[in-house]
Design a protein around this ligand. Structure first.
Ligand code: AGP
Length: 598
């Protein structure tokens, strides 16, 4: 969602910040802005605009020298995505300039108590933060005024503050919303996401909640971290191991197509990460979490929840542990009656999803242990869980998740397999075979593009399947709707005739997924039912279960692993439909990569 970048040091701050904001575009936003100090006249400049960072870059002049600045991409929560509401925001006298990610729950109470007589330009909670600092700075030092403000804020924030009376300093703080620091001999960069630090930081530091940072340029640029009462704290240093070329499109037209194409390599990377002395393994710490557990509760959102459904199948069929899957935002406020000896497994690509964080805090309070499965091992959900398992998908930039989904399902399969007493097949071998089958279907992408042109002509669509093919249908439907804006539903094939079949009329596309021998016959009957009512069908089937007239025939893989293969043509269907409609594939409207508000 919102993105933050700040820089102070030897480089031109506007270059670092605008470049960083571009790298955060994938997270989703609807307006953006930047403030910096023009070194030539020592005046601060603020540029803001609704729309894209490119517009911010092309509409304004950045020729002046500058070494300090802060920037922001905003996903509207309080107030419309217009220029006035975009960040940075200034305090009433314009002395303090602030960018903020998160939501301040008590901003109205704070306004009533401390800011009588202040008038506000924007509709945002952020402007209140700037004014609170200004109000307290009348009688306190800048650091004290910021700390006093922080002590009053309820809710989530990642904050950067500049004080026009201290041209050599950026102040930062965080609570619940992510914020990292990057450092090199060229300066200090702040970013709400590791991506924003790539390219100009040799090291990065994770900031704990309620930590306050002061970064200063005094010859060399350094920073110091403090806890909320002002005691100096040491942050752990991590070597930056991402390079710029790992987060570019690598010659592909879109990140989504690049990420779809990377999936066979992701499977092979995961095998290599979890293969110890030729055997798939997870750490003792991971295994211990499952000891004496009578039930697993999987919590997740969106695509990660669909991975959770497949995970349930693996936990129940391989590890023989009863498992339930819940939508995180529902579980957070409506938990069911819970088993005492249970383990919570949280699945999240970003590791920052706010709905899941609420669940994590709640279940930890109830005394449960939590395992997070994530692509970002430095994320909040990874750090706050009892333990975290990394999925090794590599940076996923497209908002529509593809390779992270496949990586989540693969790691869930490995985990359930390691926990199973009988190992009914050689998973490492079957995964390698799967990666080859994935390559074969990705190689046929032009064929899928043509199929989409020919058969997907309506503004609505259905995916159907049974068993684990039903879960793939749910994921396939989400993918098509989120990037092509075509109303698509995933259905259990047998359930259609209990109501929804009323929507089937001439040429409505129904895409069926068939990879499970036991229910092939039943799904094919359901296909006949919709054909009889005029539907245009696309059948995706594995070879052994296929009919020569089927549209997409996939190589045979182990039935347990088929969801990892059948999902690929559905990703390509979504991609090519959105491309045909000339939509913004990597950044679909209204969506954010990392959903950091509830
Ligand atoms: C997937 O294509 C979506 N962008 C979305 O459903 C996503 O999976 C969901 O928001 C959960 O995100 P997370 O995995 O980072 O927690």
């Amino acid at each position: 969602m919102c993105g933050i970048v700040g820089y102070i040091g030897k480089l031109k701050a506007t270059d670092v910040i605008l470049n960083g904001l571009k790298k955060l575009e994938y997270r989703g936003y609807d307006s953006c802005g930047i403030s910096f100090l023009n070194e030539e006249n020592y005046k601060y400049v603020t540029y803001k605009t609704p729309g894209r960072v490119d517009h911010l870059i092309n509409s304004y002049d950045y020729k002046m020298n500058n070494f300090i600045g802060i920037g922001h991409t905003r996903w509207a929560t309080h107030g419309k995505p217009n220029q006035v509401n975009s960040h940075p925001h200034s305090s009433a006298s314009e002395r303090f300039i602030v960018v903020h990610n998160g939501v301040i729950d008590n901003y109205k109470e704070l306004t009533a108590r401390y800011l009588q007589g202040f008038s506000f330009i924007s509709e945002t909670d952020t402007e209140v933060i700037a004014d609170l600092i200004e109000n307290f700075a009348k009688t306190m030092s800048t650091e004290e005024a910021i700390r006093k403000t922080l002590s009053l804020l309820e809710g989530s924030y990642a904050l950067l503050v500049m004080d026009k009376e201290k041209n050599d300093t950026i102040y930062a703080a965080k609570n619940k919303s992510p914020l990292l620091i990057g450092s090199s001999d060229k300066g200090v960069t702040f970013g709400s996401d590791l991506m924003a630090l790539v390219g100009n930081s040799d090291y990065y530091y994770l900031i704990e909640d309620k930590t306050f940072i002061v970064a200063q340029k005094n010859g060399k640029t350094t920073f110091q971290a403090y806890d909320i009462i002002g005691k100096s704290v040491k942050l752990q240093q991590h070597k930056m191991d991402l390079a710029d070329n790992e987060i570019d499109k690598g010659g592909y037209e879109h990140f989504m197509l690049k990420e779809i194409s990377e999936q066979p390599a992701v499977i092979r990377r995961i095998i290599s990460k979890y293969l110890i002395n030729g055997i798939l393994e997870v750490s003792e710490k991971t295994k211990n979490l499952f000891k004496n557990k009578k039930r697993i509760y999987i919590l997740a959102a969106g695509t990660s929840m669909h991975a959770g459904f497949i995970g349930r199948f693996y936990f129940e069929n391989l590890a023989k542990i009863p498992t339930e899957v819940f939508i995180a935002s529902e579980f957070a406020y409506n938990p069911p009656l819970l088993e005492k000896d249970a383990l919570f497994v949280l699945i999240s690509q970003s590791g920052e999803t706010a709905d899941l964080r609420t669940c994590l805090v709640n279940v930890k309070k109830m005394g449960y242990e939590v395992l997070t499965i994530t692509n970002v091992i430095t994320s909040t959900l990874a750090r706050e869980a009892d333990h975290a398992l990394e999925i090794y998908a590599g940076p996923e930039i497209a908002v529509a998740s593809t390779k992270a989904y496949v990586a989540q399902v693969t790691v869930l399969a490995i985990l359930a397999y390691v926990l199973s007493e009988e190992k009914p097949f050689d998973l490492a071998f079957e995964l390698s075979r799967l990666s080859v089958a994935m390559e074969a279907i990705i190689d046929k992408k032009e064929y899928i593009e043509k199929l989409v042109e020919k058969k997907l002509k309506k503004r609505n669509c259905f995916y159907i399947g049974r068993g684990i093919d039903y879960y793939t249908s749910l994921e396939a439907a989400l993918k098509l709707k989120e990037i092509s804006y075509i109303q698509t539903e995933g259905f259990a094939a047998g359930e259609l005739k209990h109501g929804t079949i009323a929507l089937i009329e001439k040429d409505v596309p129904v895409i069926a997924i068939i990879s499970q021998k036991a229910i092939n016959h039943n799904t094919r009957n359901n296909i006949q039912e919709v054909r009889a009512r005029g539907a245009t069908t696309i059948i995706i089937a594995t070879e052994a279960l296929s009919d020569s007239a089927d549209d997409i025939i996939l190589s045979d893989v182990h039935e347990f692993l088929s969801p990892l293969l059948t999902v690929i043509p559905t990703q390509l269907i979504a991609y090519y439909k959105a491309k045909e409609l000339k939509l913004d594939i990597d950044k679909p409207r209204n969506l954010a990569k990392s959903v950091t508000v509830e």
